[in-house]
Design a protein around this ligand. Structure first.
Ligand code: NAP
Length: 244
């Protein structure tokens, strides 16, 4: 039976996996990458792409059946917990094997001043005790938790932030990868005294952590949501490709 692989993407790892599988595509294997459609002009993976939600667990179950999907790789962002939970439930219902491709989180090094918190709400709770000029890199959809704080915020996102947003805020639009020199300049130019980030992991957005360490800027690090139990997890696109 021909294999049909569904990659749940929206990440550089999802694109890398689609690229790695490209040479194997032929009569015995096809690959489709799925994006949520959040970003206005997404970086598209190579090959077949579908865009938009499936319509919950039931919608994904129908999609897997209609498209005769034989393997699913959840390569979504570590904080896309809703999609990951839906994938686990739909694959369990249909018997389609699921692999989670999740890059490792970041680890604290000597010289770092990290405050680990369990959620964005907790990050907003500790922030006033840590600094007063915050660089917020948690994404445009995650500002509500900070909207009630009377601190100054520099907010970086790919598309303009969604309301509600903090009252005292400057927005910069940019997409990684970022460099240490560029991140250092941002922290210095805006006199940032605390960085807020999700523990996304990966090299593309790690430069801000190096810049913060060098300048002695503390970091509020939001921990990842838990993974669904019992689903195999791999750390790299190459490992995911090998499993397929
Ligand atoms: P989420 O909260 O886990 O998902 C919400 C809903 O969006 C899902 O139930 C699903 O809708 C749809 N969806 C999410 N990912 C999808 C995909 N790859 N293909 C089709 N539908 C998808 O997700 P999120 O945090 O909003 O993230 C959305 C997308 O942005 C993901 O693809 C993720 O990889 C990417 N991303 C997220 C972050 C982040 O910080 N959260 C950062 C960078 C990139 P239905 O229920 O209708 O199927």
């Amino acid at each position: 039976m021909p294999r049909r692989v569904l990659i749940l993407g929206g990440t550089s790892d999802g694109r890398a996996l689609a690229e790695l599988l490209r040479p194997a595509i032929g009569p015995s294997m096809s690959v489709v990458s799925s994006l949520a459609g959040r970003v206005r002009s997404p970086r598209l993976p190579p090959g077949e792409v579908r865009i938009g939600g499936f319509g919950g667990i039931a919608g994904l179950v129908s999609y897997l059946r209609d498209e005769a999907v034989t393997h699913v790789v959840d390569a979504t962002h570590p904080f896309a917990a809703g999609m990951t939970a839906h994938a686990a439930a739909a694959c369990a219902q249909t018997g389609v094997p699921l692999t989670i491709l999740r890059r490792p989180g970041w680890t604290e090094r000597s010289g770092d001043r990290w405050h680990r918190v369990a959620s964005l709400v907790e990050a907003a709770g500790v922030l006033p005790q840590v600094g007063s000029r915050a660089f917020l890199t948690t994404g445009r959809q995650d500002l509500a938790a900070f909207a009630g704080l009377d601190l100054w915020f520099l907010v970086r996102s790919v598309d303009p932030p969604d309301p509600p947003v903090p009252r005292r805020m400057r927005s910069i639009l940019a997409r990684g990868p970022f460099t240490v020199d560029g991140e250092t300049a941002i922290l210095r130019d805006h006199a940032v005294d605390v960085l807020v980030t999700k523990d996304s992991g990966g090299a593309d957005t790690a430069a801000k952590l190096v810049a913060a360490r060098t300048l002695g800027v503390p970091v509020v690090m939001v921990d990842r949501p838990a993974l669904p139990p019992g689903v195999p997890v791999v750390a790299t696109p190459a490992e995911a490709a090998a499993r397929l």
